[in-house]
Design a binder for this molecule. Structure first.
Ligand code: F6P
Length: 344
């Protein structure tokens, strides 16, 4: 078979491990040929391709980023975009397309499936918020990076008797904040699923202060919301590329905490460091399993579906189900935070 492959949306450690697994199994076990589209859906629109061979994927499993590069181009937002993609895929004589990406990317895969393209999706996002899968690869690496950073913030915050507010990624879901915050023993963890109660945050920091801990670590997801009065420098904006961007929650929160408590407060935004560098062993393994399953699905004719992890098993679900909503942090996980909090 001739199979197309692309990576779309924000990059994520483990993308190359998926590409490696798909291409290796496809060529060795099925005798497939592969066409790689460069820079996500933009590469399909522009018919910008490279051949993917065993030599191309040799040694990429361990590397961060994506050899296919990526973009946030969403062809559903471009007039005639879906039709143009269908034509490119036909011109390349493809029997199937594998799209590795988050909800935005998979919404395009789904639209192409409705237009008759045989497609399979592989879930990707460090935010871990794609519906239907227990884990997206990249999440474990991002949590590891954030946890290490939080460990480091503890010692400098303690040395200076400071509060440090650490912002992590998570536009709609607080999985990174929750997991790295708990693992890094943060004193306060704030997620988009629960509006920030500034008085409660300050009361927790004050409780620790009064009980001998003269410093504080607050971990906040970028999508967490401050009460409107304090929300001076924070908010959503659209950049010149038309991409929605969040900015400033850690800084705004640090200013509000310092004003309310009188504790010297600093902020740090871990930003894209969480997406960079080599994937963890867990993510390399998960991405490899996803890639192997995706090429098997192509050969079984299981199109219109997303590879997922359920418990320890690799399964698949309809793409339409995956893109129907985000998988946010549920009450069961939020209870981990309340379970560790002092009564204030
Ligand atoms: O991939 C999802 C994400 O990590 C979000 O948490 C974050 O808001 C966004 O990517 C940032 O992406 P960009 O690379 O476009 O700045």
């Amino acid at each position: 078979m001739r199979v197309g492959l692309l990576t779309g949306g924000g990059d994520c450690p483990g993308l190359n491990a998926v590409i490696h697994a798909v291409v290796k199994k496809g060529i060795i076990h099925y005798g497939d040929e592969f066409v790689g589209f460069l820079e996500g859906w933009r590469g399909v629109l522009d018919n910008n391709t490279i051949p993917l061979t065993l030599a191309t994927v040799d040694g990429i499993l361990t590397k961060g980023g994506t050899i296919l590069r990526t973009s946030r181009t969403n062809v559903r937002k471009i007039e005639g975009g879906i039709q143009k993609c269908v034509e490119t895929l036909k011109a390349n004589k493809l029997d199937a397309l594998i799209a590795i990406g988050g909800d935005d990317t998979q919404s395009v895969t789904n639209a192409l499936i409705e237009a008759g393209v045989p497609g399979v999706g592989v879930p990707k996002t460090i935010d871990n918020d794609l519906n239907g899968t227990d884990v997206c690869f990249g999440f474990d690496t991002a949590v590891g990076i954030a946890t290490e950073a939080i460990d480091r913030l503890h010692t400098t915050a303690e040395a200076h008797n400071r509060v440090i507010v650490c912002e992590v990624m998570g536009r709609d879901a607080g999985w990174i904040a929750l997991t790295a915050g708990v693992a890094g023993n943060a004193h306060v963890v704030l997620v988009p699923e629960k509006p920030i109660d500034l008085d409660h945050v300050c009361a927790l920091l004050k409780y620790n202060h009064d009980h001998g801990k003269k410093y504080g670590i607050v971990v906040v997801a970028e999508g967490a919301k401050l009460p409107s009065g304090a929300q001076t420098t924070v908010g959503s904006k659209v950049d010149s590329f038309g991409h929605a961007r969040l900015s400033g929650i850690a800084q705004a929160l640090a200013e509000a905490i310092e004003e309310k408590t009188g504790y010297e407060t600093r902020s740090v935004n871990l930003g894209h460091t969480q997406r960079g560098g080599t994937p963890s062993a867990y993510d390399r393994m998960l991405a490899t399993r996803y890639g192997l399953a995706a090429i098997d699905m192509v050969h079984k004719g299981e199109f219109g579906r997303l590879v997922v992890l359920r418990g320890t098993e690799i399964q698949s679900i309809p793409l339409a189900e995956a893109i129907s909503k985000n998988r946010t942090v549920d009450d069961h996980f939020l209870e981990i935070l309340t379970g560790l909090e002092p009564k204030v």
